[in-house]
Design a binder for this molecule. Structure first.
Ligand code: LLP
Length: 423
C-alpha cells in the first residue's frame, strides 16, 4: 500500500483508518458527516522543520491563517511560538479572539480597506505588507491622524514563475499582487519620506503549492538586489519576509522539505552579506494541509452509465479545491472491505457537474461506507460555503487519543437567520 499523506499521524491499523490514536469511523459515528478532522500532532510536527532551520537567528514564523483559521488551530500555532499572516480585519479579530499578540502579526493583501487599516493600526500589528502606492498613501494618512507610525514592508512582485496552478501563482508581472520590482526603489524612497511611515522590511510571496526550490531562490536574488539598491539610498530594511507557498504531497508531488528550502535561502542570504537581517516566513498549507481529512459517507452508488458515480454527502461547498483548481486529493475508505475495486467518479450532491471530489478512483465500495479525503487540512473548510443551503461541516481536533469538537456543525436555521422577509 502506498503511504498515506499525513503519515505517521494518519495511518491504518488493520483495515481501519486512524488519525493519531483515534479511529476515524468512531468520530463519524459520534459527530456525523461531512466532518473535518485534524491532527494537532501533525501540525506541530510540520512546524518543526521551519523552527529548526531558523533557530539561532532572529526570525518570526507567521502562520498564514487563511489556510485554516479555526480558533483551536490558531491556538496551537500561537502556543508553539508562531505569529500570524493575516489578510483581513476578520482574520485580525480571530487572532484577538485567541488572545494572540498583534505585535506578531503581519498584514498582507492587495486591497485593504481604510477600516481594516485603522483597526490594525489601533491594535498595533507588527507590519503592513504594502502592495500599492495608494495603500501606502492611505496608510500614512490614517496613521498620522491616529498619532501613530505604521511599520511597513513593500510586497515586491519579482516576476518569477512559481510553476504552479495559474490561480495560485502570484509572483508574475501579470498578477495583481505586489509592486513591480522595477518600481520598488522609488516607492521605498517615497515611503521613507512619509512622516507616519516607518520602513521595516521587504516582502515577497510568489505563489502556493510550489514544489521546487529554484523559484524561491530566483525571487530571493531579486529581493537581495533590491535591498542593496534601497540601502544605497540610505533606507535600511531590517527584515526579509520570504512569504509562504511551499507545496505538500497530495498524490505524487515531491516538494522539498521546509528545512531544506529555508536552508538554501539562508545560505544565499548569508553568502550575499545579509546574515544580520531578521527573517519572516508566512507558511500556510505546509503547516496544516496534511494534518487534516474530510470524512464523508457514500449515499448512492450509480452504475451502468458511461461512468460510475459514487455520490457522497460532502460536496464542492465543503471542499472546493477539485472543482476550482482541478486539484487531485486522495480518497480512501475508512474501513477497507474485501471485493473487486471498481472505478468511480466520487461526486457530491450539488446541482453542478463541477461538483466532484475525485475522478476515476479505483475503490471497493458499498453504500453507507465512510471515505476520507486526505490532505484536507488547508484551504478546505476555510473555503467552505453554504451553496445549496448546505450547513458547513463540524470540525474535530485530535490530540493523541483525545478528540475535541472545535467547531459545531452549522445549524440550518442559522443560514437564513439574518435574512428578512419583505413586508
Ligand atoms: N502569504 C501570502 C501573502 C499569501 O497570499 C499566501 C497564500 C500565503 C502566504 C500562504 O501560502 P501557502 O504557504 O499556504 O501556500 N486556495 C488555494 C491556495 C491559495 C493561496 C493564497 N495565498 C488552494 O487551495 O490551493
Amino acid at each position: 500500500m502506498t503511504p498515506l499523506p499525513g503519515a505517521p499521524f494518519l495511518h491504518r491499523r488493520g483495515s481501519e483508518l486512524w488519525l493519531e490514536d483515534v479511529r476515524l469511523a468512531e468520530l463519524a459515528a459520534a459527530h456525523g458527516t461531512p466532518l473535518y478532522v485534524y491532527s494537532r500532532g501533525a501540525m506541530r510536527a510540520a512546524l518543526v522543520p521551519y523552527q529548526k532551520a531558523l533557530a539561532g537567528r532572529p526570525h518570526l514564523i507567521c502562520y498564514a491563517m487563511k489556510a485554516n483559521s479555526n480558533l483551536a488551530v490558531l491556538q496551537t500555532f500561537a502556543a508553539a511560538g508562531c505569529g500570524f499572516d493575516i489578510v483581513s480585519g476578520g482574520e485580525l479579530r480571530r487572532v484577538l479572539a485567541i488572545g494572540g499578540d498583534p505585535s506578531r502579526v503581519v498584514f498582507s493583501g492587495v486591497g485593504k480597506t481604510a477600516e481594516e487599516l485603522r483597526f490594525a493600526l489601533d491594535r498595533g500589528v507588527r507590519c503592513f505588507n504594502v502592495e500599492s502606492e495608494s495603500e501606502l498613501i492611505l496608510l500614512s494618512r490614517l496613521a498620522a491622524s491616529a498619532g501613530r507610525r505604521a511599520r511597513i514592508s513593500l510586497r515586491v512582485n519579482p516576476d518569477i514563475d512559481a510553476r504552479t496552478h495559474p490561480y495560485i501563482s502570484t509572483g508574475l508581472r501579470g498578477n495583481k499582487f505586489g509592486i513591480a520590482h522595477e518600481h520598488a526603489v522609488a516607492m521605498y524612497r517615497q515611503a521613507a519620506a512619509l512622516p507616519a511611515i516607518e520602513v521595516a522590511g521587504i516582502d515577497c510571496h510568489i505563489g502556493s503549492q510550489i514544489t521546487d526550490t529554484a523559484p524561491y531562490l530566483a525571487a530571493l536574488d531579486r529581493l537581495l538586489d533590491l535591498i542593496e539598491a534601497v540601502e544605497r539610498e540610505g533606507i535600511s530594511l531590517a527584515h526579509i519576509d520570504l512569504g509562504g507557498g511551499l507545496g505538500i504531497t497530495y498524490g505524487d508531488e515531491t516538494p522539498p522539505a521546509a528545512d531544506a528550502v529555508i536552508a538554501s535561502m539562508l545560505a544565499r542570504i548569508d553568502a550575499r552579506g545579509h546574515a544580520h537581517r531578521e527573517i519572516l516566513v508566512e507558511p500556510g498549507r505546509s503547516l496544516v494541509g496534511n494534518a487534516g481529512v474530510l470524512l464523508t459517507r457514500v449515499l448512492v452508488l450509480k452504475r451502468g452509465g458511461e461512468r460510475s458515480f459514487c455520490i457522497v454527502d460532502a460536496a464542492m461547498n465543503d471542499l472546493v479545491r477539485p472543482a476550482m483548481y482541478d486539484a487531485w486529493m486522495g480518497i480512501t475508505p475508512c474501513t477497507l472491505r474485501d471485493g473487486q475495486p471498481e472505478v468511480w467518479d466520487v461526486v457530491g450532491p450539488i446541482c453542478e457537474s463541477g461538483d466532484w471530489l475525485g475522478r476515476e478512483r479505483s475503490l471497493a465500495l458499498a453504500e453507507g461506507d465512510l471515505l476520507a479525503v486526505t490532505s484536507a487540512g488547508a484551504y478546505a473548510m476555510a473555503m467552505a460555503s453554504n451553496y445549496n443551503s448546505r450547513p458547513r461541516a463540524a470540525e474535530v481536533l485530535v490530540d493523541g487519543a483525545a478528540a475535541h469538537v472545535i467547531r459545531l456543525r452549522e445549524a440550518v436555521d442559522s443560514l437564513y437567520a439574518d435574512e428578512r422577509l419583505v413586508r
